[in-house]
Every structure is written in C-alpha cells, then in structure tokens.
Design a protein. Structure first.
Length: 102
C-alpha cells in the first residue's frame, strides 16, 4: 500500500537528462531574450548599472561594499570585487541561455 507521500515522489532520473530537459523548457519559456542584441550597460545612478538586451532589462549591478549582480528573474545573484566580473556573470548566463535555446 502506498502512502500519499510515496505516491507523489518524483521519478528518479539517474543521469539527470530529464531534470535538465525540464529546466531548459522552463528557461526557454521564462527567458525569451537573447544576447543576439548584446547587453547594453547604462549607469542609471551613482553605483547602479542596468543591463538591457534589446528592449528587455535583464539585470542590475549595484555597488555597496562590493558589486552585486541580480538578473531580473532572480536566477543570477552574485557578489564581486570588480564591476567587469559582475557584468560578466550576467553575460555568461545569457550566453548559456542562448546555447541551450536550440
């Protein structure tokens, strides 16, 4: 006899392909943006930079005691000692989105 928790347990995927495939489908639906337009960085306030790809805001870098980067959807978050490395984290994530989009 199965209990409620046993019946709802997800099927195990030994090599991770099902989980990765599901993640890619979600990302493709949530993130239709692409680096085809590049990321244009604009300093909007003292210590705040917005990164846009085409008409879409894709992330923000801000300075406090370190450079903090956050994507607009919350998938990318990081702390860096340089502005360039904070920007590179978001740009690398966008390149990954492009490479997995098909």
């Amino acid at each position: 006899m199965h209990t409620h928790s046993q019946a709802r347990r997800p099927r195990r995927d030994h090599d991770g392909t099902d989980a990765l495939r599901s993640l890619l489908l979600v990302l493709a639906e949530v993130h239709p943006m692409s680096l085809r337009d590049g990321i244009l960085w604009t300093e909007t306030d003292d210590g705040r930079w917005e990164g846009s790809s085409g008409p879409d805001l894709v992330g923000v870098v801000s300075w406090s005691d370190r450079y903090s980067v956050h994507s607009t959807g919350g998938e990318v978050n990081g702390q860096h000692s340089t502005l360039d490395s904070a920007k590179a984290q978001l740009e690398g994530w966008m390149r990954w989105i492009d490479s997995t989009a098909g």
